[in-house]
Ligand binder design. Structure first.
Ligand SMILES: [Zn+2]
Length: 454
């Protein structure tokens, strides 16, 4: 009789958990590390207890005795994605409203994100604090199904300012935006949040072309200053060039959105060179391809009736991208973006993955990440740089340093792709498998769950 370590452990009454956990060797794939290192052709890595324990060219990695082997010849492996900007909770895939924002629906959105290869995603300024803390605690305790890790941050705006007209209907109902009108009130609110363990805050600094109340510059500067005094990371929404100058000069750690209607000037580019802000570009949802054209990648995770409704209503929604031929304004904006984006990169803006998913009905969580990456490359970024901007860099920004890189000690959260995204960034959509914490997601079961009619 062959005595295995497990049977010996049982015989001796030793807890099985005291043994070294079983290891898996993944071998033969091209490995894209996610940081600045070049890809490893014919690589291998060992996963044990949810973490990567060794990684390198195949001939340098030895598997522990008894390791399971997974042959990934011909495949490409890259770290799972980290998204720094979504609006979780409101989408119900037949309704879009405040009452959808329940822990169960948040977990559904996190599962959808994971399905498409996202390991962590961040709800920015529009989710109820207590509910976010509750879901985070459940995730940490292992009481939720495998899904993207939930991150969140509270947001600041003046009364009736902040989120756009669609989102605002829901955030008003839940009273989730911190509405402040004075520097003193803003400082007190930042302190209260810091005391609750919040690490990131967001402010909207935008009058939406004269149609919205906007934070006074004094109040905004007080939020940034107080956030930095308490060691918090500041994210700021600003669209116009004049506003982006103010927020970059004030030292916002993350600049949210892109100037799309004006040329940049030397004064602004000098500020970007000096401050090198993280830059959450958030262009993907402005790209009509996701919801206008039939796209199996987008549609696979939706009930057929929802796909039909999206197609029927997309043109009528006030903020939706137009699905017809591009208007003159849209074409102008596209031309301006093609100039501004490379200028920002050259000046040292540090792009991070951000999508705004959930801001309006009809977008699936997780698929927008792939649209955003493709937009960057279309506007002049290299695919290698796009992968860094979607993995290790946002992981560092969000303090999730166990994610975003294929390296020993990191969580084994990665994508297995059927084609090389360094050849064509749209190959990030060719997902064979998603692993989170060393476990393969059951994507077929998730797809069935997501596309069920409700
Ligand atoms: Zn947003």
């Amino acid at each position: 009789m062959r005595i295995t370590l497990a049977s010996l452990a049982v015989t001796l009454g030793v807890a099985l958990s005291a043994q070294a956990p079983p290891a898996t060797l993944f071998e033969g794939a091209r490995l894209i590390p996610g940081d600045e290192r070049p890809p490893i052709e014919d690589g291998a890595f060992v996963v044990q207890d949810g973490r990567i324990t060794a990684v390198g060219p195949r001939n340098t990695v030895t598997a522990p005795a008894g390791a399971t082997r997974v042959d990934l010849t011909g495949r490409t492996v890259m770290p799972a994605l980290v998204n720094v900007h979504v609006h979780i909770g409101y989408e119900g895939y037949s309704t879009w409203r405040a009452s959808n924002h329940t822990p169960a629906n948040v977990v559904d959105h996190l599962q959808r994100s994971a399905y498409y290869g996202t390991a962590a995603t961040t709800s920015v300024g529009t989710s109820p604090l207590e509910q976010m803390l509750q879901v985070q605690a459940s995730q940490r305790a292992g009481k939720t199904p495998p899904a993207a890790r939930l991150l969140f941050m509270p947001g600041f705006a003046p009364p009736n300012g902040g989120p756009d007209a669609v989102l605002r209907v829901a955030t008003n109902e839940l009273k989730v935006v911190n509405e402040v009108t004075t520097a003193a009130a803003a400082r007190a609110a930042v302190q209260r949040l810091a005391d609750r363990g919040v690490r990131h805050v967001k402010a909207w600094f935008d009058d939406r072309r004269g149609s919205y109340p906007k934070l006074s510059t004094d109040t905004y500067l007080a939020i940034v200053d107080e956030a930095h005094r308490r060691g918090l990371t500041m994210h700021t929404h600003a669209i116009e060039l004049a506003d982006q100058k103010i927020v970059v000069k004030a030292g916002t750690d993350v600049l949210v959105h892109m100037v799309q209607r004006e040329p940049l000037d030397d004064e602004y580019l000098a500020l970007v060179r000096e401050k090198r802000p993280y830059w959450a570009t958030v262009i993907g949802l402005g790209d009509p391809t996701e919801v206008c054209r039939p796209d199996p990648f987008f549609e696979q995770a939706l009930p057929p009736s929802v796909v039909t409704t999206i197609r029927a209503t997309v043109e009528r929604r006030p903020l939706a991208p137009s699905c017809g031929p591009p208007s003159a304004t849209a074409a102008d904006r596209e031309r301006q973006m093609a100039i501004n984006f490379p200028q920002m990169l050259k000046a040292g803006a540090r792009v991070v993955l951000a999508t705004d998913t959930g801001i309006q009905p009809g977008h699936t969580f997780g698929s927008g990440e792939h649209v955003e990456m493709a937009r960057w490359v279309q506007l002049g970024m290299s695919p290698a740089e796009a992968i860094v901007a979607a993995t290790s860099r946002p992981a560092t920004l969000m303090g999730q340093t166990d994610l975003g890189t294929l390296a020993a000690g990191k969580r084994a959260s990665f994508l297995v792709l059927d084609a090389n995204p360094l050849d064509d960034i749209r190959n990030t959509r060719r997902i064979a498998d998603v692993y989170l914490d060393g476990r393969k997601l059951d994507r077929a079961a998730l797809r069935a769950q997501f596309s069920r009619e409700r």
